[in-house]
Design a protein around this ligand. Structure first.
Ligand code: NAP
Length: 279
């Protein structure tokens, strides 16, 4: 058990709501394993209070803060510096307090990518299809556009949102992202919609998944349930599959490394997945 005393440093996640966040469990697990003097809590911050909350980070000397919905964009205006990648991705999920200078980062897409690498899925030279154009699809598309995929297509129920996202990706990265599903095969198909997430576990973002086969890697950002209908059908078509738990875990690991300015051991992700999530 981590000893909490006058030397203990503070970390937290802010969101609205935030009580269901897994981040306190993950970060406190890491601190305990590594013997680091940090404690991590969840703080509910109403959108009207976001400026005061950020001022509070400084006043109370928090070492770092994770940011979740609905604050990932609004916090940016209150920070001293935004890391170039977070600036490009257009949102911040990690704020590091370095000598009372608040620096914003975004570890979401990097977390997904590290989790994919861990499962031997690479982006370079691949044809990628992203389903969804919401808050998660945006940083992933911008991040992956910088990793030289052969092609990348984003499709969405509300086509206009896919167009807006594509315009953003083109303007920030210069990458010619497409918005029509025209290929017969994609190497990687990512479900970045909320379709299939608990409690609507019978839903699937697409009726026709016949284009997914044994040469496809199917990724779902959802981790509850562990296997969505999308992933189950992709697996039945022979695809390699991966759910969103690794993304959740690795974005947290990258945040923790930024908060503490340390490098965690390579097996920490597997340890968290096994010991914190029992997966
Ligand atoms: P969001 O901003 O609310 O976007 C939701 C997306 O899902 C939109 O593209 C929306 O399309 C689409 N959608 C919703 N209901 C639909 C339906 N019935 N049919 C077709 N499309 C539908 O949410 P988000 O933040 O991007 O999150 C998306 C998913 O990723 C969620 O399940 C979230 O839990 C998961 N996620 C996981 C992690 C992780 O660490 N593993 C991190 C972030 C997000 P419209 O534009 O047409 O509404």
């Amino acid at each position: 058990m981590l000893e909490i005393n006058g030397h203990t440093k503070q970390l937290a996640i802010i969101g609205y709501p935030v009580e269901h966040s897994f981040s306190p469990k993950m970060h406190n697990f890491i601190s305990e394993k590594m013997g680091n003097p940090y404690v991590y809590t969840a703080l509910e911050v109403h959108p009207d209070n976001i400026a005061a909350a950020i001022a509070g980070i400084r006043a109370l000397g928090f070492s770092g803060i994770n940011v979740t919905a609905p604050h990932k964009y609004t916090v940016m205006q209150y920070l001293d510096e935004i890391a170039p990648q977070a600036q490009k991705l257009g949102s911040v999920n990690t704020i590091v307090n370095r000598n009372n200078r608040l620096i914003g980062y975004n570890t979401d897409a990097d977390g997904l990518y590290r989790s994919m690498l861990h499962n031997n899925m690479t982006v370079d030279g691949k044809d990628i299809l992203i389903l969804g154009a919401g808050g998660a699809a945006k940083p992933i598309s911008v991040f992956f556009a910088q990793l030289s995929p052969s092609s990348m297509t984003v499709v969405n129920r509300t086509a206009a949102k896919a167009e807006t996202l594509a315009a953003y990706v083109r303007s920030t990265t210069g990458y010619p992202i497409e918005t029509q599903q025209q290929r017969r095969h994609y190497d990687i198909v990512i479900n970045a919609t909320s379709v299939g997430m608990y409690p609507n576990t019978e839903a699937c973002p697409m009726d026709d998944l016949s284009f997914i086969d044994a040469q496809t890697a199917a990724v779902d950002l959802i981790y509850n349930p562990a296997e969505t209908v999308f992933l189950r059908r992709a697996r039945e078509n022979g695809a390699k599959t991966m759910n969103g738990l690794g993304m959740l875990v690795y974005q947290g690991i990258i945040s923790y490394e930024l908060f503490t300015d340390t490098k965690l051991p390579d097996n920490i992700g597997d340890m968290i997945i096994e010991e914190v999530f029992g997966a």
